[in-house]
Design a protein around this ligand. Sequence first.
Ligand code: ZN
Ligand code: ZN
Length: 360
Amino acid sequence: MNYSLRLQTLRARLPKLKCDALAVSHLTNIGYLSGFSGSSGLLLLTRDAAHFITDFRYKSQAQNQVGAHAEIVIAERGLWREAAKIVSKERLARVGFEAEHVSVAAWQEIQKLFKTAQTVPTTRAVETLRLHKDADEMAILRRAVQIADETFAEAVEILRPGLSEREVAAAIENGVKSRGASGLSFETIVASGGRGALPHGVASEKILEHGDMVTIDMGARFEGYCSDMTRTVCLGRADVQQKEIYELTWRAQVAALEAMKPGLGCKAADDIARGIINDAGYKKNFGHGLGHGVGIDIHEAPRLSRLGKGQLAAGMIVTCEPGIYLPDFGGVRIEDMLLITENGAEVLTGTPKPERLLEL
Ligand code: ZN
Ligand code: ZN
């Protein structure tokens, strides 16, 4: 990862943020900018330097992970107090902080410590950089997707009536770890039969039954990055309505992903899939957004939904995951991960996506 470049890019944005310095306190963002993986740190970026403040427990870890691109400062009495010393020594007048990640109580404390320097709320300063994945991130994300694909194929092999949802989830967790993932990107969803109507139905004790549709939503966390995919299959012969909602979801999913390209609005992408589902009479049964960005966090910007803002751009990695959920009956969701390219989108997920509901 080119941490120096990330730090430099953010520092170059300070004038735009109308700040002399920016204090990054959100650990995920610190990890993204500097490679630090510990649990105590504060990055203070000024127009001419990057200071990384941590405590004595992380002294050697900070030197190893961050030492090459930032000056390491070991705080004696609190990270923000140490930052305040630098702020006063360098006579910084306006210091930005991450408004989305600092509590009101913490901010009041910071203001006291900073004395005459003004604290300036900033929003999404680092998240804006994280929107666009670089080549290193893409390579890692591709592997995370591949691990999920391989594990899903294995899970489908064992699916049969009599197995509990939890047993399927356990096999998936084992599968991603045995392929080099550090774990799951999120708790695996295995929602069968009527439970399929719960979009976030994490695996339960429920036993899979003949005739159930089974929705599996899963992902692997590999080298700090997440993958995310969903497929719905049927145990035995599917009935007419199961087939209908599957085929409709498939059409909505494919139509939306075929339209994805730089410049398409995040709301417009959602509208494409939603329009198809609404027109078929299932308006009330697709109650979540079309998709989301994926990276270090399983859900990150951009949001593809009715409230989605902004547009797709090359280098973003997003999901496309419409679903239809019928209370007490069951549900279908189909989810792929895509890379937005210069003139379209590349589907990263390699798991087959049959046009007709797969009957096992
Ligand atoms: Zn998912
Ligand atoms: Zn998702």
